[in-house]
Design a protein around this ligand. Structure first.
Ligand SMILES: C[S@@+](CC[C@H](N)C(=O)[O-])C[C@H]1O[C@@H](n2cnc3c(N)ncnc32)[C@H](O)[C@@H]1O
Length: 211
């Protein structure tokens, strides 16, 4: 894929976020009851195994949307912070969870260092263009404490481009693993969803990695 200009990267974020912003309420109604318990449990188990068992964890919900999973993390006794580029989602996520939500875009993150035990990126990292992914993953790596966990679940494939108004970058496991390792992560585990289906009926790839 040819190198994308700053203008094109701005357009990717503007149009993709514009789509979510315009459809914020219907997105919430359509996803509030999604069962993501397999992903949440996998993430929290990895945190407990590699961190401080039974302690409240500092979690960043990366691309938190309207806040369904922020609520869950809070109800499980953790200290989640949300992050999203859609102002409408940030406001909804604050109301639904009562937690801090950072209004930031993936291509201009300001996360600091050693701040979180875990980053949960459910259906969000695939919106980062491939060219920028190493930089974004490095920012996540820096934001995690040593031993911290990055969980990502993304639609898989070998493609990059527009799907309607939204931009996506779809990778299979080997390419995802290479990107994560390049950013300094160690890949611990991966699986395909929905569970129990033949592989061609499993469009989602979940990966657990560690700083
Ligand atoms: C498919 S939704 C997933 C939302 C939520 N994690 C869930 O599982 O329901 C993707 C999320 O990523 C956010 N997003 C997409 N591109 C972004 C960008 N460039 N910067 C910040 N957020 C972005 C969207 O606003 C949206 O909340």
């Amino acid at each position: 894929m040819p190198k994308q200009s700053k203008d094109m990267l701005d357009k990717i974020e503007r149009l993709t976020l514009g789509h979510y912003e315009t459809n914020a309420e219907s997105f919430w109604q359509g996803t509030r009851d999604h069962d993501v318990s397999q992903n949440i449990d996998t993430f929290l188990n990895a945190l407990a195994k590699h961190g401080q068992r039974d302690e409240a964890q500092d979690i960043l919900d990366f691309g938190c949307g309207p806040g369904r999973d922020l609520q869950t993390f809070k109800n499980r006794g953790h200290r989640p912070v949300g992050l999203d580029g859609s102002e409408a989602f940030c406001e909804m996520a604050r109301q639904h969870s009562g937690r801090e939500v950072l209004h930031q875009q993936f291509l201009s993150l300001d996360l600091g260092e050693n701040r979180f035990n875990g980053i949960f990126a459910n259906a969000s990292m695939f919106h980062v263009p491939g060219q920028e992914l190493p930089r974004v993953l490095k920012a996540c790596h820096r934001a995690l404490r040593v031993g911290g966990i990055l969980f990502m679940s993304n639609p898989r494939g070998n493609a990059e481009g527009w799907q309607g108004e939204r931009y996506g970058h779809y990778m299979e496991f080997d390419d995802s693993k290479a990107c994560l390792e390049q950013a300094g992560f160690t890949v611990l585990d991966h699986y395909y969803r929905p569970a129990g289906k033949p592989r061609q009926q499993q469009p989602w790839l979940a990966i657990v990695s560690q700083r």
